[in-house]
Design a protein around this ligand. Structure first.
Ligand SMILES: C[S@@+](CC[C@H](N)C(=O)[O-])C[C@H]1O[C@@H](n2cnc3c(N)ncnc32)[C@H](O)[C@@H]1O
Length: 244
């Protein structure tokens, strides 16, 4: 039986590399394109430095958080170049955990082009160019969602959380993390602050948050907090949608 997800996906625009190029043809670059103008490989190298010095988190911690929250009907929010998702899927393969269907989206064509290349041979992964603040899918479409390293980049955080909540089914979980204002740790907080200011100037960081602020925004969107932990300058969480 084709479910709501199947129907809404057919109505949305599936992206492959040809479609992506067509959508972008002749359009003047907008601020998103300029902010994410780097090549996907450079994004990955830079991302590792940002993870270590601004988030003060580690890749294994991220893999543990996100690879556990991939259902058979999963939404990967702001997938970027797909590097982290790819590692999560490798992690699941190593731990004999299967998955069936993943929908991923991002609003930057440059970032999405990396994911399109990476997953072009896997028909279980569908990619879309979408804004988290305005999703095309029907209410209650997905059983799980991950939003990795992205909440602090969203220009419209409340609206985006509201949209993620809407497209999740009751009982579905959302795993995510959010960059916090650096805590006072010797010279490390100055390095984090410097990287954050650079990120905000470049347009890839909206702003870092306080832990309580993020929690209130998640609860305000309707989510129930299931797990939360602060690691370095990162607030990691798993939340659940309880009501329809
Ligand atoms: C730091 S990257 C994280 C990418 C990936 N999740 C990862 O962990 O490697 C942040 C991503 O958020 C995307 N992004 C920011 N605001 C967005 C929005 N409103 N809608 C969709 N994607 C957005 C950017 O284009 C970028 O790819």
């Amino acid at each position: 039986m084709e479910n709501e997800v199947g129907r809404s996906l057919n109505n949305a625009e599936k992206i492959d590399s040809v479609k992506l190029a067509e959508i972008e043809k002749g359009k003047p670059p907008i601020s998103v394109d300029l902010a994410y103008a780097s090549e996907p490989w450079w994004y990955d190298a830079r991302g590792f430095l940002i993870l270590t010095f601004a988030y003060r988190s580690t890749l294994p911690a991220q893999l543990r958080l996100f690879s556990q929250n991939i259902s058979d009907n999963h939404l990967e929010v702001a997938i970027g170049s797909g590097t982290l998702l790819n590692l999560c899927l490798l992690w699941r393969r190593i731990h004999n955990q299967t998955w069936k269907h993943i929908v991923g989206f991002d609003y930057s064509s440059q970032m999405l082009s990396g994911a399109v290349k990476r997953f072009k041979k896997d028909s279980r992964i569908q990619l879309f160019k979408e804004d988290a603040a305005n999703l095309p899918w029907a209410d209650c479409s997905f059983d799980s969602a991950n939003v990795a390293n992205s909440l602090h980049s969203f220009p419209e955080l409340e609206k985006s959380l509201g949209e993620i909540y809407r497209v999740l089914k009751p009982g579905a979980t959302l795993a995510g993390n959010c960059l916090l204002n650096p805590g006072k740790v010797w010279v490390l907080d100055r390095i984090s602050t410097w990287i954050n200011h650079w990120g905000m100037r470049k347009g890839i960081l909206h702003r870092p948050y306080e832990r309580q602020e993020v929690k209130e925004k998640l609860v305000g969107a309707g989510f129930l907090i299931q797990k939360e932990v602060v690691r370095g300058n990162c607030y990691d969480f798993i939340v659940r949608k309880v009501k329809p």
